[in-house]
Design a protein around this ligand. Structure first.
Ligand code: PXL
Length: 276
């Protein structure tokens, strides 16, 4: 009766273990009804493949939204990831207004950049629009590259706590209730997430594997959403999602052919045990 219904809006990269092919199975495995709104369809993601097809679904979104309004369909949480166009962001904000149940949680992963660079296909006009979506969110989950772009702060590869504090405070000043800054690493063997809420910071540090992996931001945000919808605090959800993401990477690093994503499927039981 009381099962929660989550909507996730992001692209379908048909191959590559990211965005919807990660979010739908992970959130469903957390025992939550999961609806999807694809923002675009790509043959494969843009991070390391030679080329890809890209079908922008912006024009389909208002019609889908209208059907849901007509049917009285609304959600307990809306989680957004990679969006296909700057124009789409306005539509997503509109969906926040029309398809949210009272108390609906709005979780925005501004998936658009990493390692100091925007992903292929994005520009500063998109970043400007994404900052507006972050303002409408309860929870935002940027990495340091995304947060620096969104706030106009200088991007730094190495940094101290003072810089990170400036980053989370500037993100919070955009308007979201809670900031979860991912990939905060002060030394090579560890990394972590910083949760900033009500003016207070809490850092969860964990083991850092030597190899970065594609799609881990999506795995992280999906597990975070699943945990949050089980009533976990932002900090506990951030910790559970971090532990799960580390397990996914550990499960993948020994397989050099599996460079395009992480093998999240076979370690799902560890996430489910934390929640159910
Ligand atoms: O995981 C982020 C992501 C999502 N969707 C597409 C991507 C990427 C990262 O490169 O290319 C299409």
């Amino acid at each position: 009766m009381n099962e929660k219904r989550v909507l996730t809006i992001q692209d379908i990269s048909c191959v590559g273990q990211c965005s919807l092919t990660v979010a739908l199975p992970i959130i469903s495995a957390c025992g939550l009804e999961t609806a999807i709104l694809p923002s675009a369809v790509l043959s494969n993601h843009t991070g390391g493949f030679k080329s890809w097809t890209f079908r922008d679904l912006t024009d389909d979104m208002p019609g889908i939204e209208q059907k849901w309004i007509d049917e009285g369909i609304a959600f307990d949480a809306i989680y957004t990831g990679y969006l296909g166009s700057a124009r789409q962001i306005d539509i997503v904000k509109h969906i926040f207004g029309t398809c949210s149940k009272p108390g609906c949680l709005h979780i925005v992963d501004p998936a658009m950049a990493d390692n100091g660079k925007l992903y292929t296909g994005f520009d500063m006009a998109f970043v400007k629009e994404m900052a507006k979506l972050c303002a409408a969110a309860d929870y935002v989950l940027p990495n340091i590259t995304e947060a620096s772009l969104l706030t106009g702060l200088e991007y730094r590869e190495s940094y101290d706590e003072e810089y990170v504090t400036k980053v989370v405070e500037s993100m919070a000043a955009l308007g979201p209730k809670t900031v979860i800054l991912t990939g905060v690493s002060y030394e090579p063997s560890t990394t972590g997430v910083l949760v900033y809420e009500n003016g207070k910071q809490a850092y969860y540090q964990h083991h850092r594997l030597p190899k970065g992996s594609h799609g881990t931001g999506d795995v992280y945000a999906s597990a975070f959403t699943g945990a949050l919808m089980h009533g976990k605090s932002a900090y506990d959800a951030a910790r559970i999602a971090a532990d799960y993401t580390v397990k996914c990477i550990e499960n993948t690093v020994d397989d050099p052919d599996h460079w395009y994503g992480v093998k999240f499927e076979s370690v799902l039981p560890s996430l489910i045990r934390e929640l159910i």
